[in-house]
Design a binder for this molecule. Structure first.
Ligand SMILES: [Zn+2]
Length: 242
């Protein structure tokens, strides 16, 4: 198979994204982050099956949109890679995807009453809505809740629609963005927002950002994505003792 090598700077950023998301508590031993291939939009880059905090450049593999590994050899791949491929196929604007089980978000995936909504300017991207993926609608009532094939990935992408974030009932969430740095930012602040919203709910009825406020806040905060990226990358490097 004729595989084009991705830009090494993209691979380096994807490694950094793995380290940052572990360091910021968005990923633990599980969850993953991917990027669309910079030279072939029909492929995406994702680490082999391993803990994100330990990923290096040599662990980054190429996949087709249907989840087929293209250069894995005998290396194991993530069971839920179908999340990424189905979204890249459905959303040409998406260049990066994070799938996470971050703990403050999960309660919003199972609550019958509370909806995840932006409580502060840093999470304006949630103003476009946080739709819910109910895996039971596709997989029936005895699944393990994992997106383990392309059919389930396609159903998840349909639930995401045009939003930046989708809750996955009893499981976690998936975040998308037009750049790798932005998807890291959004995944971190989705977790922050969930924590803040739970605290606000304990105090009483929160006042959420309006749709227009969320859009305006998103435009101003996301234009500064280089600042948190540089800080978080340095913090992750120090943690590893590098
Ligand atoms: Zn998962």
């Amino acid at each position: 198979m004729n595989l084009q090598a991705p830009d090494s700077a993209l691979v380096d950023d994807l490694v950094a994204a793995n380290q940052i998301l572990f360091d910021q508590g968005v990923l633990d031993a599980f969850g993953h982050v991917s990027a669309r291939h910079d030279k072939d939009p029909s492929r995406f880059l994702l680490a082999r099956n391993m803990a994100p905090g330990q990923v290096t450049a040599g662990d980054i593999l190429q996949f087709a949109h249907d989840g087929t590994p293209l250069d894995a050899g005998d290396r194991r791949v993530y069971l839920e890679r179908f999340i990424h491929g189905a979204i890249y196929r459905a959303r040409p604007d998406v260049m990066a995807v994070v799938h996470s089980h971050s703990p403050s978000v999960v309660p919003f995936s199972v609550s019958r009453r509370a909806q995840l909504r932006p409580v502060c300017h840093m999470s304006g991207f949630l103003g476009a809505g946080a739709p819910l993926f109910e895996i039971r609608d596709t997989a029936g009532d005895a699944s393990d809740l994992l997106v383990r094939d392309d059919r389930l990935g396609t159903a998840l992408a349909a639930s995401l629609g045009g939003a930046s974030f989708v809750l996955m009932r009893g499981h976690g969430s998936t975040t998308v963005a037009p750049t790798l740095k932005l998807v890291v930012y959004r995944a971190v602040y989705a977790e922050v927002n969930a924590k803040l919203q739970m605290q606000a709910l304990q105090l009483g009825e929160p006042e959420y950002l309006t749709d227009a406020e969320a859009r305006a806040a998103m435009d101003s905060t996301e234009g500064q994505v280089e600042r948190p990226w540089a800080l978080w990358k340095e913090a992750a490097r120090k943690r590893r003792g590098g």
